[in-house]
Design a protein around this ligand. Structure first.
Ligand SMILES: Nc1ncnc2c1ncn2[C@@H]1O[C@H](COP(=O)(O)OP(=O)(O)OP(=O)(O)O)[C@@H](O)[C@H]1O
Ligand SMILES: [Mg+2]
Length: 208
């Protein structure tokens, strides 16, 4: 087990967003969190990825409690990767420059490997506003992968993509998970069930 959450409850002020949720992820597992809008998917993803501290509950990464991780910045930089719905590439930098900015070892050749694997080698020297939404999303995926994260989190990674581009991204996640990277995504897209190992439904703050 790479990640475990026990009894996660989260309130935003007085509003209950998550109600006693338990969650586990295995190494190399591809997990999709689905459910209605406002159900708690993004809240759960933010908590699992250490961005948001839950009101109640415990979290463990490789058996170690998040509260015991002494260098949380290094954990966020090296052990996990994030992809947000709106990719937030820097518009003044090319795709390659955006990716290298995030890398701890920008000259180790891995960026080039990932660009090839994600099929965006040809557009690496273009600026974000010169490429398609699907290419931008793939650039954000490469950026999230540059430091070899053990777990990749993505919130609505295909939110603004057509079904063809969405399926390419799910295929890529599937390949990554087979290579041992744990993938945890939140999505509205039920098509993901054809690719994910595990589907978790979150509604009204509860896992069904
Ligand atoms: N920053 C916030 N402050 C206050 N309430 C919030 C905040 N973020 C989310 N909520 C509330 O918490 C609940 C869960 O929201 P969350 O964003 O986790 O849902 P979601 O499943 O990701 O929804 P969507 O599918 O629309 O992205 C909702 O009732 C939402 O209004
Ligand atoms: Mg959300």
């Amino acid at each position: 087990m790479i990640l475990e959450a026990r009894g996660i409850t989260h309130y935003y002020k007085n509003d209950l967003a998550l109600d006693n949720v338990n969650f586990t992820a295995q190494k190399g597992e591809f997990i999709a969190i689905v459910g209605e809008s406002g159900g708690g998917k993004s809240t759960l993803l933010s908590i699992l990825s250490s961005l948001l501290r839950p009101t109640l509950g415990e979290l463990f990464f490789e058996g170690k409690a998040y509260t015991q991780i002494t260098n949380i910045d290094a954990f966020r930089q090296k052990d996990i990767g994030f992809i947000f719905q709106f990719h937030y590439l820097i518009s003044y930098l090319t795709v390659l420059e955006n990716i290298k900015l995030a890398s701890l070892n920008p000259h180790d050749g891995y960026v080039e490997t990932l660009l090839k694997q994600c099929g965006i080698e040809a557009i690496q020297n273009k600026y974000p506003d010169e490429i398609s939404g699907g290419q931008r999303q793939r650039a954000a995926i490469v950026r999230a992968l540059v430091n070899h994260p053990k777990v990749l989190f993505a919130d609505e990674p295909t939110g603004n993509l057509d079904s063809h581009n969405s399926q390419n991204i799910y295929e890529l996640f599937k390949t990554l998970s087979k290579g041992g990277t744990t993938i945890i995504i939140a999505t509205h897209d039920r098509k993901v069930s054809e690719y994910a190992d595990t589907l978790i439904e979150v509604n009204d703050g509860k896992i069904l």
